[in-house]
Design a protein around this ligand. Sequence first.
Ligand SMILES: *Cc1c(COP(=O)(O)O)cnc(C)c1O
Length: 833
Amino acid sequence: MRRGARRRVEVRPRLPQPLGRLEEIAGDLWYSWYRPARELFAEIDPVLWEAVSHSPRAFLRTVDESKLEHAASDTAFLEHMRSVLAAYDGYLGDARPRGAAAEWTRSAPVAYFCAEFGLHESFPMYSGGLGILAGDHCKAASDQRLPFVGVGLLYRQGYFTQRLDVEGAQQVEYHDADFEHLPITLLKREDGSEIRVPVSFPDRTLWLRLWEARVGHVRLVLMDSDFDENDEPDRDLTHRLYGGDRVHRLEQEIALGVGGARALEALGIQPAAWHINEGHAAFLIIERVRRIVAGGVPFAVALEAVAANVVFTTHTAVPAGHDRFEEAVIEGYFGGLCREMGIEPSTLLALGVSPDGPGFNMTALALRGSRSRNAVSRIHAQVTSKMLQGFWPEVDATENPIGYVTNGVHVPTFLASEWPPSAHELPDADFWSIHQRLKTRALKHIATRMRARHLRNQGSEPHLERLLRLVDFQRTDVLTIGFARRFATYKRAAMIFDDLDWARELLCDPKRPVLLLFAGKAHPADHPGQDVIRRIAEVAAMPDFEGKVLLLENYDLHLSRRLVAGVDVWLNNPVYPLEASGTSGMKAGMNGVLNLSVLDGWWGEGYEPGNGWAIRPAAPHLDAQARDREEARTLYELLQDHVIPLYYDRDGDGRSPGWIAMAKRSMATLLPKYDARRMLDEYIDHFYQSAAHAGERFAADGFAAARELSGWRSKVEGAWPGVEVRWVSALPPRVTLGDRARLEAEVRLNGLDPDDVRVEMLVERGDRGAPQPDRLSAFLRADPQPPHDGWQRYGLDYAPALCGGLSYSLRVYPFHRLLAHHFELGRTAWSST
Ligand SMILES: *Cc1c(COP(=O)(O)O)cnc(C)c1O
């Protein structure tokens, strides 16, 4: 039979009047952290709720009218809905700022730019940790009522859907999202026309539409190019997150940075501070400079003014992780702009020069276009300072202008709502029963995912039963270890299989079974990462490991929430020091799931004896293989001697009191510290406030301060190669504490003024076996006498404040009161004697 042409029509259900406000709930990502709101939809139709991936909008567009009518006449449902709406109104109605946000007196917001935002599985605009962090940052800003606007791209296909075949080969699927099913609104002017912003490319103009996603008190502005104003290839530009070739990536980043800055302008938003979360968005610097230059301000002054209120967070611990583009390509895209600004292309290209390799480097641009810069954990700050040392060539890495704010996670999103406040004070029995309930929920979800994968791959029911032997909801007393994150090779997901015999001994003891769960995606271009997935699939299929090692597909926020609350141990064994921060372990730890992790990233700060287990990194001089082996050995030893025995050390009630004590300790110590609100407070206190202040100061009076600093900077840069410092009279060989000694030095200023520099004596005591030498510094003052023969005298009456053998040295560096950081210029000269 031949069918005629088919046409499509979409029939929308009509929301019965009592349910009208469900549309509001569906349109605000507040639902992503308020579980009772999500449960409303699940109550109406649980099967559909799963089928639409927990998307309230998609749900309301497709649910059967009869189910809605049923809910509308169900008093219990209506009661539940009223309580959710009351909570929502209460949340939105309370605009009182909290924490450090209470000190933010401006109405102007912080603008936060990121290539991805991970808020909820219904809104797949993320690939991994960076996006989840950005989502959590927005949520925390909403909770704290900080004026805040997120800026990003709206991807029709997002990242990808991961399918795994029997061998563990990753198949990548892209699905078009129906924008009507996402929690977004197209932004329009009062007259109903769409707001669109142009971005110039060499041979054409790209247009971007603006959308808004509501995240409680915060809005997220997202841009897409998939509409008729653009020609075909450009319509695809915003299809995929981290897809396409280099030019595609460059155009996306121009859309994000340049388009994003224009979008805010079109919306009448003038941010007080601009936060670039990872280098992808750094082109916003160039766009902001362009705008100021157009008002007749010189390029260097404009750059000074822009950088004053830019905050840059770097997340990458290896140079290869930084985005870079060929200079010729950059010149092609920005040549017109250079002509417009009256600068040579080389001036613009200089912003992207990096000491560690050729090309236009986005991290370099972000560093030069910001005055507040931070890494995301203490260890990461040390690594980053060393890696970026070349940007401040005469400054020791420990003194670089790079700070850190350790990441945090949004507690209401990731702390299972079953946990009451102060859960660590619950009696053991209650504490354990909540954990076991969460474990059941996780196991059910795991079974569902395993089933779907298995049946799609033509597996049999009896075989599935075997695989799910340990995933038994009645029996939640099997030690369950979770490992879920991006499968980047440095994360070494398969390290636990380094010595298969040992692993077998640990996992295959019938009296003390262990279930090991893996999940994660590898970037489609990351073939070594995909090999790791295959290796895990291979082990999971070995007869000994079958049912003990499970590989789950399509890691997303839903699976993440289930796992971090529902396993017993959270494993993380990256190559030190490549884990910038890591956040999934924080989510686990605050749910009472014990971390077993390499002391890297956040765990280097979060670990204390008794709140989890630490794998100390092997000696750095070993080669990579030897380190892997060494650290795998530590992992096995910890499992064999501590983790497994403690878990199975059951009392008469079938619980392990020692385990519960650790789980409570994990919760008590980690929950307050790794709350995203703590992170946001630190950003406000250390960066946003000073950036906003500097931004205002530099722009005032026709950019007077920016002009002053820019002029001073070029004067110093010119004079510096001729600046020298030397002792005239140093300390005598012996001094008694309490005595003073006159110190004198002189500096060849090479045309600078005496106040353009600081002359500093550094005193160190390193002879007490202290891990960090004691260090003091004192500044020498300029003599009122004018320079003699080009040498300016500086002096100090010095009273040593330390006893013992001290060493001291003398240096000079440029100083100006408007500098954001002493070593901003990267210049120092030391006395050679
Ligand atoms: C928390 C989270 C991450 C980040 O995990 P890391 O341990 O930092 O690698 C990635 N993906 C999802 C879905 C998450 O929830």
